[in-house]
Design a protein around this ligand. Structure first.
Ligand SMILES: NC(=O)c1ccc[n+]([C@@H]2O[C@H](COP(=O)([O-])OP(=O)(O)OC[C@H]3O[C@@H](n4cnc5c(N)ncnc54)[C@H](OP(=O)(O)O)[C@@H]3O)[C@@H](O)[C@H]2O)c1
Length: 296
């Protein structure tokens, strides 16, 4: 098996690089610009997934058996305000990769999101109806539809509120944000009316790798099993790191205005992944301990 990773400088991308290096699986790491991967010696090529010709050239030359497509515009509010860029990155890149995978007969493992759902009836299973309520969700849903209509081998890995740590990532996540704000003694406002099943990035990487190894086809819901609000997440994080939880102020989606609407109650039912992939996610507290081990 030969795996090509897109977005390898990102949180999931870097964890996949570490996992595949440990597993001694052949892979090529790609991302936009130079490599920021510091944890492993890797074969790396810059690849901008928006550029069709580049995508086809790199995939054709490396000829992977599996492509794991993690690159995306993941900032939900930025997607709302810069829709053109969001569409290019989250939808057109998938069109280019489908074309490229068809040439070399590769399996495309695509990362999608709980934000394809409207949040009125979570937790969701794989065949529940999509109804995105913001532009990020619409872009992720449009990309999924390209895969359904394609003739290549594909899997869709939907995930939720991914947390974890690794050097050199460009984006924060809820756990890092809470920790940094509280360490700096800054008060934070955190909503208590949205429900998620937060995902430890290491668990997500293992699931993507398992899907690649099994050539598992179709949609998989991959997240943690604990249903938590962002407020719960902040409180547990504060307690774990012995930080001042009195700085955490409870708010709600009505009061906390953001450019993109958030679905209220998502969360995933992960029975299919447990059964087909042997997926066993860590609890949120165990995930914090794993994340903290990167700072020790
Ligand atoms: N994080 C979450 O909570 C979450 C939730 C649901 C679904 N997902 C999905 O899971 C996947 C992985 O998320 P993540 O948390 O690992 O995201 P991430 O940390 O933001 O990583 C995405 C990576 O893609 C790279 N990238 C951006 N534009 C690119 C381009 N044109 N060509 C090539 N690479 C490009 C970014 O590069 P720079 O670092 O240089 O900007 C970044 O390293 C995404 O598809 C995301 O939509 C994530």
């Amino acid at each position: 098996m030969k795996i090509l990773i897109t977005g390898a400088n990102g949180l999931l991308g870097q964890k996949l690089v570490q996992l595949l290096s440990n597993e001694k699986t052949s892979f090529l790491a790609t991302s936009q610009g130079p490599s920021r991967i510091r944890t492993a010696e890797v074969s790396y090529l810059p690849l901008d997934v928006v550029k069709r010709d580049q995508v086809i050239k790199v995939v054709r030359e490396y000829s992977p058996t599996v492509v794991i497509h993690t690159a995306a515009m993941t900032q939900v509010d930025q997607c709302e305000t810069d829709r053109e860029k969001c569409w290019l990155l989250n939808v057109m890149s998938v069109a280019h990769l489908i074309e490229a995978c068809a040439i070399v007969n590769a399996h495309l493992v695509h990362l999608s999101s709980d934000f394809i759902f409207d949040g009125l009836s979570g937790p969701y299973k794989e065949d529940d109806e999509a109804n995105p309520i913001n532009f990020y969700g619409q872009s992720k849903w449009a990309a999924e539809k390209l895969l359904y209509e394609s003739n290549i081998k594909w899997s869709i890995v939907r995930t939720i509120l991914v947390y974890g740590a690794t050097p050199g990532i460009s984006r924060s996540n809820i756990m890092l944000w809470v920790k940094r704000q509280l360490e700096a003694g800054k008060p934070i406002q955190v909503v208590d009316d949205q429900i998620r099943t937060p995902t430890l990035v290491e668990d997500l990487a293992v699931a993507c790798y398992q899907i690649a190894k099994q050539s598992a086809h179709g949609i998989y819901h991959i997240s943690g099993a604990d249903l938590l609000t962002p407020y719960n997440i902040a409180r547990i994080t504060a307690r774990y790191f012995y930080l001042d939880a009195s700085l955490i102020n409870k708010t709600n989606s009505e009061a906390f205005k953001q450019p993109a609407k958030r679905p209220l109650k998502t969360g995933f039912i992960i029975e299919k992944a447990r059964k087909d992939l042997g997926y066993q996610p860590h609890s949120f507290e165990a995930g914090l301990a794993i994340t903290a081990s990167f700072w020790d």
